[in-house]
Design a protein around this ligand. Structure first.
Ligand code: GLC
Length: 410
């Protein structure tokens, strides 16, 4: 990483940082995303762990500050209401959908996002060794995992977890969710958002009861979500061990193994791990970047990994593009490299997962190629939310923080 890019990252994080009511956190992008998001903040803490551990600790304190009564950490925290006089930048805000509690609860959303929280805490703790801090966050994170295990484990495919809204995957409009939502491969983005908000409205009516309500509308065992859960259980076990809770650590290690076994048993189909719609019992066939997440979670044999990396990743009709890994395979009818959002454009977090997955299997040169592609995107187009895989042009939110993850491609 060049010093210039490192300095740009430090500056970006500083500019996006806010403090309200004694809590300090970082906006993913000040104009478009003026709140705190769960997995974004975990990325932020990992980025901060390289140059500002106070900011890293503060970020995680803030993201753990508003668990729901169930223990679940919500995917958005509105630390302060948006400025009503500000120009409407955000589709959802414009409709008044989010803020007037259509995401469920006042002050936060009612759904969650993928688990990276234990990893983020672990990364910060391993730099600071601040046990007092760890002791404060540990019970909050533990309650979140207890919620997931008790409320979100699928009855039929336990201990795999279900998500109840596409936004819980972090990939809001990924084509993985089209069939469940009854949407064709090509549609207007607003239609997709409407169907997600519609779900939340239905959930609010049954007080967010998981079984017997939410899962009647939407119930997906998503590949990345479950792989991240399995990995984060191991990080949680490490945190428990640091605090001398070895019994609990062993339990979480066993749980992680059980999730990985179940992933293989229920989601492995025709050479890929595929998300599963539990309402129909059918696997989701659309090819997205999630095909590479099993590398991150160490779920593949050496030869399976070899095939994936040698063929799919190198296939210019699927996942090979000039600037790296597109979020949806190019030969899918839903592929849209310009306006697609999660339906084609490159995002930095998938690159970060892929980088670490490739390293895990010893594909160091390919991992470096992904890192170089991420760096080129930043150098050419600055910090954007998404990028065109063929031209590198930046789209969506400006000054978006996820590019900072290149600091952790080491
Ligand atoms: C978009 C992304 C989501 C992210 C949020 C804030 O909704 O799809 O993953 O958490 O923006 O950056």
């Amino acid at each position: 990483m060049t010093t210039a890019v490192r300095e740009q990252i430090v500056k970006l994080m500083e500019v996006n940082r806010r403090t309200h009511d004694g809590l300090t956190y970082t906006l993913p992008s000040p104009l478009l995303y003026p709140f705190q998001w769960l997995w974004d903040s975990c990325f932020h803490a990992i980025i901060y762990s390289y140059f500002d551990t106070d900011a890293a600790e503060a970020e995680l304190n803030a993201v753990c500050s508003r668990p729901l009564p169930s223990g679940m950490l919500p995917h958005i925290i509105y630390h302060r209401p948006p400025d009503p006089t500000a120009p409407a930048q955000w589709g959802r805000e414009e409709r008044g959908d989010v803020i007037d509690n259509a995401w469920g609860t006042v002050g936060t959303s009612s759904i969650t996002q993928p688990c990276i929280i234990a990893l983020a805490i672990r990364r910060v703790y391993e730099v600071t060794r601040n046990k007092e801090w760890l002791l404060r966050l540990y019970p909050i994170v533990r309650a979140h995992f207890d919620y997931l295990e008790n409320e979100r484990a699928s009855t039929e495919y336990s201990p795999l977890l279900i998500i109840v809204n596409p936004d819980e995957s972090g990939e809001d409009n990924s084509p993985r969710f089209d069939s469940t939502l009854g949407l064709p491969p090509q549609h207007v983005a607003g239609t997709h958002l409407d169907s997600r908000i519609h779900l939340i409205r239905a959930y609010a009516q049954c007080n967010f009861q998981v079984n017997g309500c939410m899962t009647d509308h939407f119930s997906i065992i998503d590949v990345p979500f479950n792989i991240l859960y399995a990995e984060d259980l191991l990080h949680l076990a490490a945190l428990a061990t640091y605090l001398g809770d070895t019994k609990q650590a062993e339990r979480w290690i066993r749980q992680s193994q059980a999730v990985k076994v179940a992933l293989r048993k229920h989601l492995w189909k025709d050479w890929y791990f595929k998300s599963l719609d539990t309402r129909t019992g059918e696997h989701i066939e659309v090819a997205t970047w999630s095909h590479f997440m099993p590398l991150y979670g160490g779920l593949l044999s050496e030869s399976e990994a070899h095939d994936l990396v040698t063929y799919d990743l190198e296939d210019s009709t699927m996942f090979r593009t000039k600037f790296g890994l597109p979020t949806t395979a190019q030969n899918e009818s839903s592929y849209d490299p310009v306006d697609g959002f999660w339906r084609g454009p490159i995002w930095h977090a998938p690159h970060w997962f892929l980088y670490h997955g490739l390293k895990r299997y010893g594909y160091t040169k390919k991992a470096e190629e992904i890192k170089d592609a991420s760096m080129r995107l930043i150098e050419q187009s600055d910090f954007y939310e998404q990028y065109n895989p063929h031209t590198g042009e930046g789209y969506g939110a400006k000054n978006f923080t996820w590019g900072g993850l290149v600091i952790d491609m080491v």
